[in-house]
Design a protein around this ligand. Sequence first.
Ligand SMILES: [Fe+2]
Ligand SMILES: [Fe+2]
Length: 150
Amino acid sequence: MANDILDMLREDHKKVLDLIDSLQEGGEGTVKSRQNNFSRLKKELLQHMHAEETVFYTWLLDNADDREIVLEAMEEHAAVKMALPGIEHTDVSDEHWEPKLKVMGEMVRHHIEEEEDQIFEQAEQLMEEEINDNLVKDFKQAKRATEITV
Ligand SMILES: [Fe+2]
Ligand SMILES: [Fe+2]
């Protein structure tokens, strides 16, 4: 288990991207496994975004010089959240399901790339050991809190 907030976020990102990849490759996958993987993806995304917004972005908004990229990232989260029900309410065998997943996957991929590149760079400059430890603690707690509601 990572004890560095940025490593924890990277681990989550990898999990989410792996799930998107397997859903996209899974053309031959059964309907059931697609549904299961999508539920896992949705849960991972919602937990991650919630914890990231309430803990990591909140800290950055209070401390970073460039707040604009953080505000933009929040809007990207909102766009992903809006796309999720459209996929969820489409049957996995419907021809619209794959394009819907693909477009959302592209949004997530783009978001993660910019986040790890620009936002993490800012965070690294501001990070001190004590701040990191508090963020790790709060992030874990925020994820656990979402688990109940997802
Ligand atoms: Fe993230
Ligand atoms: Fe994010």
